[in-house]
Write a protein that binds this ligand. Structure first.
Ligand code: UT7
Length: 320
């Protein structure tokens, strides 16, 4: 038997305000037709007053804890992936910790933008396996609406806000839990997807900038590579995978990646139409959606993957 991190509960949270493409077209020079055809996005949720990365993360965490039947005091570790924290410091994870009523546990944020949840999951998995905690909360939460340039139609239509969370439990098991994960970064591509401000440079928060076409090209290649790599490490082939839970940036990226791997589209969880790109929140939001609607069941072999600013990219294989 091996000590592994088993996913025992998932949860998610979305801001109350749901915005359709048609509503966006009232304030930006775009159309429902263009957005659907190029991205597959139909709606996104936008945070309102009082809704922040930490409040959304807390709601998602509460639901994941309830699904797992775990009380907050049992949590020994919180890893929160975000590029849009409530404050520059302290970590938003500590706000979630306090909101959950936990007085002492390990809590920190991880910044790897859209790949943030894969980085957070891998860090938490290794800490759980190493004995630092028996129960961990892994959260992806973002309020990208607050770093969008609402004058730039090429980016502002693509993103949304939200949060997703899961609870990991240390278990002695042969084949359940996180079986393998692989992470990558290549900082040479900083200028293709970045925020044009920062604490130590401009002293401002800045706005998101992206050369979409080039990001798209790299995304399909990097994601197919890392999926093949992580499946190889886990000792599984693509045809054994029950569900792929990808980062939700663009329906065309999901289709192209699945095709490259020879995976039927029916085995890919798609939520980009409903949530748009929620950066680090998109993978756990998609996971929770498919767990709650009954598609992902205990015993299923699932693969999570993401790619984003940095560039960063990564994937994980788990037996649910
Ligand atoms: O999460 C991190 C990873 N991010 C991604 O993976 C994003 C990857 N990139 C993409 O998803 C796609 O490249 C986009 C959706 C961003 C863009 O799609 P595209 O097919 O690459 O379009 P494009 O940027 O080449 O733009 C095509 C045309 C341009 O007009 P011209 O120059 O052909 O006349 C744009 O000005 O579409 C125009 N355009 C728009 N038109 C209506 C750009 N944005 C819009 C818009 N509405 N919102």
């Amino acid at each position: 038997m091996t000590r592994r991190s088993v996913i025992v509960g998932t949860g998610s949270a979305l801001p109350a305000n749901r915005v359709t493409n048609a509503q966006l077209a009232e304030r930006v020079d775009t159309s429902d037709e263009w957005i659907v055809e190029r991205t597959g996005i139909r709606t996104r949720h936008i945070a309102g007053d009082g809704e922040t990365t930490a409040t959304l993360a807390t709601e998602a965490a509460r639901k994941a804890l309830a699904a797992a039947g775990i009380s907050p005091e049992q949590i020994g570790l919180i890893v929160l992936a975000t590029a849009t924290p409530d404050q520059t410091f302290p970590a938003s994870a500590t706000r979630v910790q306090t909101a959950l009523g936990i007085n002492d546990c390990i809590a920190f944020d991880v910044a790897a933008v859209c790949t943030g949840f894969l980085y957070a999951l891998s860090v938490a998995d290794n800490m759980v396996k190493g004995g630092m905690a028996d129960y961990a909360l892994v959260i992806g939460s973002e309020t990208f609406s607050r770093i969008l340039d609402w004058e730039d139609r090429a980016t502002c239509v693509l993103f949304g806000d939200g949060a997703g969370a899961l609870v990991l439990q240390a278990q002695d098991t042969e084949d359940r839990g996180i079986l393998a994960s692989r992470l990558h970064a290549d900082g040479r591509h900083n200028d293709l997807l970045y925020v044009d401000g920062g604490v130590s440079t401009t002293g401002t928060v800045g706005k998101l900038r992206m050369k979409g076409k080039e990001v798209f090209r790299h995304a399909v290649v990097n994601l197919a590579d890392v999926l093949n790599e992580v499946l190889g490490v886990a000792g599984h082939s693509a045809d054994e995978v029950d569900w792929v839970v990808p980062h939700q940036a663009n329906k065309r990226i999901l289709d192209a990646t699945a095709k490259k791997l020879g995976l039927p589209p029916e085995r890919v969880i798609v939520t980009v139409d409903q949530h748009a790109n929620t950066s680090a929140a998109s993978v756990p939001l998609a996971l929770d959606t498919a767990v709650r609607d009954g598609r992902i069941k205990q015993g299923d072999l699932i693969v999570l993957e993401a790619m984003g600013g940095g560039f960063t990219w990564g994937a994980a294989v788990a037996r649910f």
